[in-house]
Design a protein around this ligand. Structure first.
Ligand code: ZN
Length: 367
């Protein structure tokens, strides 16, 4: 069976405000020549273009989606939030919450971004495709039901889960390897035992005050939220180790019916707003790890939904490798920086240090 690839040109037209990295312009902050937030279309567009250039796109089932409906959105977001967002969007755009600017029509594009995730999950659950990648934009994993933040305007993955659950989907595991804490997804499912949320992230990058290892869920959800905060400079070997030592055993324990990956590439070594050292190989290996678990546990059902990742040059190669692994295609886009990124990995002592942290966390999770 094939790999579904879900995208829409209009998702590239979501326009953020005038910033330099995450700094508003003014004072001593000069506007960038290219302009805008790091969350701009280029990383996503260049990934799609690279897939065209190598021919990978021909090995996929390329699909679009309808915008998520109001009924589907309201399973996660209150009507008051959706109304306020739509009203500001119709009036010319603006900013809601923290660092989530959008232009006129941003509401409709966010509905479309969520719709891509909804359709990807629906098609995998219907057996129309084996697995899927949704190139959603704007991203979603920071968004709370009534408070958007961190470039995220709607909780794409949570919306897709709730839409599928309304049609009978059982247990879902969400693995968030975006470098930032998946605070929105955590919040939405914090008291639930039917959705396991796991976030690997750079400790206290964004948000500054969430993502602690001790935040494990509440009431019925106790034990069903797992944070794996990693120190700046964590590289390939330790990411793969954290997956093998914590994430995969947690999946085996939980027995999901579907695995969703919040697939950010900002743990990549060239990311401008994070300080991890992951490479194309890291994302390829983590994809193989997830697919292996999915084969064991849920007939290979994996949906990846695009989140962050801000190196315009490097994200496309990381994304290409992930989608290549999902599809088993032999259209390759070798990492042009392979020798450099290999040489820049942490040394053995640093790896041993992080390994100790991973062991401690695994023990804390009873794994
Ligand atoms: Zn991120």
């Amino acid at each position: 069976m094939s790999t579904g690839f879900y995208w829409d040109e209009r998702c590239f037209w979501h326009a953020g405000g005038n910033y330099a990295l995450t700094l508003p312009l003014g004072g001593l902050v000069q506007p960038l020549a290219a302009g805008g937030l790091p969350e701009n279309p280029e990383t996503k567009r260049r990934l799609k273009n690279l897939m065209e250039a190598t021919g990978l796109v021909k090995d996929l089932s390329v699909r679009g989606a309808e915008p998520a409906t109001r009924q589907v959105l309201e399973r996660v977001h209150p009507a008051s939030y959706l109304d306020a967002f739509k009203e500001m969007s119709d009036a010319g755009g603006g900013e809601l919450g923290l660092r989530t600017p959008f232009a006129k029509g941003g509401y409709e594009i966010a509905c479309l971004s969520a719709g891509l995730a909804v359709q990807a999950v629906a098609d995998v659950m219907a057996g129309e495709v084996q697995n899927a990648y949704a190139l959603s934009r704007p991203p979603g994993h920071h968004c709370l039901p009534d408070w958007p933040n961190g470039f995220c305007l709607m909780a794409n993955i949570a919306i897709a889960i709730e839409a599928a659950k309304a049609k009978g989907l059982g247990r879902v595991a969400v693995i968030d390897w975006d470098v930032h804490h998946g605070n929105g997804t955590e919040h939405i499912f914090y008291e639930r035992d039917d959705v396991l949320t796991i976030s690997l992230h750079q400790e206290h990058n964004y948000p500054l005050d969430s993502g602690d290892v001790g935040d494990t869920g509440r009431s019925a959800g106790e034990g069903f939220n797992m944070n794996i905060p990693l120190p700046p400079g964590t590289g390939h070997e330790s990411y793969v180790e954290a997956m093998a030592r914590i994430v995969l055993p947690a999946l085996d324990r939980f027995q999901p019916d579907l695995i969703i990956v919040a697939c950010g590439f900002d743990a990549g070594i060239y990311d401008p707003i994070a300080q991890m050292l992951c490479t194309v190989e890291t994302f390829g290996e983590m994809t193989r790890q997830v697919m292996g678990a999915a084969d064991r546990l849920c007939d290979g059902r994996v949906v990846m939904v695009h989140e962050g990742g801000y190196s315009e040059v490097y994200v496309p190669f990381c994304g290409h490798r992930v989608i290549q692994e999902l599809s088993g295609s032999d259209c390759d886009a070798p990492d042009p920086m392979a020798p450099t990124v290999k040489a820049r990995q942490p040394n053995a002592r640093a790896i041993a240090f992080t390994s100790g942290l991973i062991e401690e966390m695994a023990a804390g999770f009873g794994l």
